[in-house]
Ligand binder design. Sequence first.
Ligand code: FE2
Length: 427
Amino acid sequence: MDLILRGGNLPDGRTGVDIGITDGRIAAVEPKLAAKGRREIDVTGRLVSPPFVDAHFHMDATLSYGLPRINQSGTLLEGIAVWGELKPHLTVEEIAERALTYCDWAVAHGLLAIRSHVDICDDRLIAVEALLAVREQVKEHFDLQLVAFPQDGYLRAPNAVDNLARALDMGVDIVGGIPHFERTMADGAASVRALCEIAAARALRVDMHCDETDDPLSRHVETLAAETRRLGLQGRVTGSHLTSMHSMDNNYVSKLIPLMAEAELSVVANPLINITLQGRHDTYPKRRGMTRVPELMAAGLTVAFGQDCCMDPWYPLGSAEMLEVAHMGLHVAMMTGSDAMRACFDAVTVNGAKVMGLEGYGIAPGCNADLVVLQAGNPVEAIRLRATKLYVLRRGRIIAKTPPVSASLDVPGRPKAVDFRRVPGDV
Ligand code: FE2
């Protein structure tokens, strides 16, 4: 074996597991592996996870915070306005440079797969050009998927219909949309139909910003589910945000969620962004805005959490740290039961991989040796501590490494250096 990680804990609860790696793939996962590795790392008691996955991001806008001005109100609409002011001044080089910087952060945090929407409403399509180049540059380090995203409306923005087709011709992977931003509900529904037909004709996946509003009557997800069934796209369509579901009438939702399950829709909630952008028209109480995550999970839908924004016109914070995303999602959804907390870890790992359709993802013989060793014993502890990523492996190669956090009060009779994560009595 090229490398063996000895004694790790797995997200499914197994402990003391050895993971053997050969030729970039996982060759064995078992206790006390007899084989010897050319290199061996003791990860006893550490959580070894497949890498973090961000199923919803905007890499063309990332790290542009303050350009050309700060979004002072913090609203979605001012963010779209600020982005509109910046767009004419963007260059391919600047977008690519900021995206690559974000990729560095991502790798350091064990985030090795990102689905990024890319705005196609600028006729120059320079964001598409930049991110296609970045996708090629980073492919050895992680998987970058691109969604053709008509930020200003597929039917509302001039040339968006042509630009979206051009972006797909250039090699963008997925068909996007934003039906709630079209001029009318009818236009929104028409955009969903047209975009799903494009995906069916080109054999592509769909991922739409859908109903990102507190308006409970924004029901484009219903059309998305219906079109998915009509066109036989089951399992290939994702509804992102779906924040209007937070405010919908329970009777309507009791019909809607089974329709979504029937269409095998995937869902991506974006906790950091939903909790800050939604509820903006409320006085008090202010709605949380995040979609109905536990209810959708209970109905069998794949639900992932996304970062969505990082230091851009919509969000001044963020760091490519998906445990922060899981932490916020857990709180906003009140998912504090033990299984529910573990489900929040899945929402930034395996569920995101399902949304993206990643092949070879997981910890089993034959899977890609893409792994993260955390300074935590289990998924819940990882979320609680936003744990340090001790090793990040891609195809069996260590591509990032961070020393464990430790501290000591230097009190006589106590150990000199205490592993940060340990609590009294923990062994
Ligand atoms: Fe988004």
